[in-house]
Design a binder for this molecule. Structure first.
Ligand code: PGA
Length: 261
């Protein structure tokens, strides 16, 4: 079941590149590489926090939408080093990645993911919530991991906010390793995630939520993940740091939408 939204292609730059000058150049290269096309997918970039304002200025029309890689669970006050939902919103951020496995590894809990998601959605922004198992076992315990992560989030949400919820299935074993999940595995997990949404939020709400895949996506595997995986887009790390590769993936997503290929 496809979502009712356009495909969403998100580049997560993580802690790259090393300077504002290089970040501006990378963004300009990506912008240039996708400039000619009237794009069917929504394209979004998540630069490091210090670069958000300047990178946002490079797409004043919001053709490339601005994403934050994380947000504080707190609203204001004595939280050294953190950025609040309203701060991010005030510099033009439209969406926030929440619960990326690299954040979870440094202490972000399921409870914090729930609180952040509620705060981001309440502010009228889009929440890109990452779920995914560390490893695959033969007993299917990885389904339980995803179910636990997702159920916690879904329980706290209003039905009205579900169209701004994006779930990114990112198996940790696939992130930055070159071991992409097969299209069949991605599809199976998408169906499983939709089953959880149907159970918690009701069948009528399933199509409101976009389900992305992330983990070693390249321009070589993107088409198959869209065709056979039937995912609603990608969360892309390494390949988003190469303007040509990232633009190729956008082109593939565009062709998939317009020609079904
Ligand atoms: P990768 O990272 O594309 O480099 O595997 C994906 C992610 O962590 O979002």
């Amino acid at each position: 079941m496809a979502s009712s939204h356009p495909l969403l292609i998100v580049g997560n730059w993580k802690m790259n590149p090393e300077s504002l000058t290089s970040a501006r150049q990378l963004f300009i290269d990506i912008r240039g590489a996708i400039a000619k096309k009237k794009l069917a997918p929504t394209v979004a970039i998540a630069p490091p926090t210090p670069f958000l304002t300047e990178i946002g200025k490079l797409s004043p029309s919001k053709r490339i939408s601005l994403v934050a890689q994380t947000v504080s669970v707190n609203q204001s006050g004595a939280h050294t080093g953190e950025s609040s939902v309203s701060m991010l919103k005030s510099v033009g951020v439209a969406s926030v990645i929440i619960g990326h496995s690299e954040r979870r590894a440094s202490g972000v809990t399921d409870e914090m993911v729930v609180a952040k998601t509620i705060a981001v959605l309440k502010a009228g922004m889009t929440a890109i919530v990452c779920v995914g198992e560390k490893e695959r076992d033969t007993h299917g315990h990885y389904f339980t991991t995803v179910e636990t992560q997702l159920q916690a989030v879904l329980k706290g949400l209003s039905k009205a906010s579900l169209s701004r919820l994006v779930v990114a299935y990112e198996p940790i074993w696939a992130i930055g390793t070159g071991n992409t999940a097969t299209a069949e595995d991605a599809h199976e997990m998408k169906l499983f995630i939709q089953k959880i949404i149907a159970t918690v939020c009701g069948r009528a709400n399933v199509k409101k939520v976009r389900i992305l895949y992330g983990g070693s996506v390249t321009d070589k595997n993107a088409a198959q993940l869209l065709v056979d995986g039937e995912v609603d887009g990608f969360l892309i790390g390494g390949s988003s740091l190469k303007a040509t590769t990232f633009a190729n993936i956008v082109t593939i997503a565009h062709a998939h939408t317009t020609h079904g290929t």
